[in-house]
Design a protein around this ligand. Structure first.
Ligand code: GRF
Length: 203
């Protein structure tokens, strides 16, 4: 299966997918990496793995809609079976969602629906929850609201700060991402309402 990964930052989730896909039995290959900004480690990781990259910056387009169209076209060039947002910090628009409906995955660093948004671990810590984690889900038009594929729980320790908690979550998050993407591409998936089912259904 062909995967396009979108990144905005360090790309450690991307790296986990790149590493996993060196094994042909994994069933998926990262065919391109896209970003919304230059100069990030995620793009360097892709280049080091010999994977083509592209950058589509919002500020290079007159409107958000034009950016959404351009991003959609760039991703579509690579004919992905699955698009994975791995620390991609932009909400895509309707063109993108229509083109990649039910094929656009995102990983979030809390147990949704708790603590959506870009400061998930900080918000979880401030709230005082004792268990948080990571959520893999198919993106819909909302922010961190789409059908959930899998979740992994991570304990909050008494002496955690934002950094230690974020790091513990990221380790579990990367493992989950690699396992679940592999499972999805090898078994196939169906989304019915909010329910994600893997495996080919028999009538
Ligand atoms: C992940 O923890 C993701 O949940 C959050 O940003 C992090 C991305 O990290 N939105 P990386 O760029 O994959 O290292």
């Amino acid at each position: 299966a062909r995967i396009v990964v979108l990144v905005s930052g360090s790309g450690s989730n991307l790296q986990a997918l790149l590493d996993a896909s060196t094994d042909p039995a994994y069933g998926a290959r990262v065919v391109a990496v896209g970003a919304d900004r230059e100069g990030i480690a995620g793009l360097d990781r892709a280049a080091a793995a010999g994977v083509p990259t592209f950058v589509e910056r919002l500020k290079d387009h007159p409107t958000r809609e034009e950016w959404d169209r351009a991003l959609t076209a760039r991703v579509a060039e690579h004919r992905p079976d699955l698009v994975v947002s791995a620390g991609f910090l932009k909400l895509v628009g309707p063109h993108f969602l229509a083109a990649f409906a039910d094929r656009y995955l995102n990983t979030h660093n809390t147990l949704l629906p708790a603590f959506p948004g870009i400061h998930g671990p900080r918000d979880a810590l401030a709230y005082g929850v004792k268990i948080t984690g990571a959520t893999l889900f198919f993106v819909d038009a909302g922010m961190d609201t789409g059908p959930i594929v899998a979740q992994v729980a991570v304990p909050v320790l008494d002496d955690d700060d934002e950094e230690t908690l974020t790091e513990r979550i990221k380790e579990a998050e990367r493992r989950q991402l690699v396992e679940q993407v592999g499972r999805l591409v090898r078994q196939g998936w169906t989304i019915t309402g909010r329910k994600v089912t893997t495996g080919v259904s028999t009538p």
